[in-house]
Ligand binder design. Sequence first.
Ligand code: SF4
Length: 192
Amino acid sequence: MTLPEEIAACRLCADRFAATATAHAPRPVVWFGPGARILVAGQAPGMRVHISGRPFDDPSGVRLRDWMGVDEATFWDKTHIAIAPMAFCFPGYDAKGSDLAPPPICARTWRAQALDHIGPVDVTLLVGGHAQTWALGPGRVTDRVRNWREHAPRVFCLPHPSWRNTAWLKRNPWFAEETLPTLRTAIREALT
Ligand code: SF4
């Protein structure tokens, strides 16, 4: 069995998910293979992705692809782009209707093996606080995104592309004016 097949068969969080309001079963969304040039390290699938089985197959994905300057075919081509979130399954909702945090057991169990399987990449996107903390240690997302030049062009710290961050994007126009053009150039170069 390959590593992606092993992860796809994982049911470690079955009891945890059964206890959430949606009482769903694990459905790992595994979308990576060796040799990709770009790694998208996100948080965890949302409900729409849980249903479709394809990562970022939702409005967050539309925004992320726009940030990256890639079309759907390129984004979902595993030979170009590996997508390895901090948890491979939808974690459920909290009492306010927000997605729960990715269960830490997922990264503990699979993350090192997944990154090893993907191999070295040219560009890594750390999307949201969980992926940034895992890769860089504790810190604030806004500070990290604001200081994006520290790690660019090999690593970009990005806010989550969720609609919940639309107000943040409006308050911080430098992100679209300065960060995204550099990100798109790095992506374009990695893809060629
Ligand atoms: S979130 Fe990760 S550890 Fe939990 S069931 Fe899904 S693949 Fe397994």
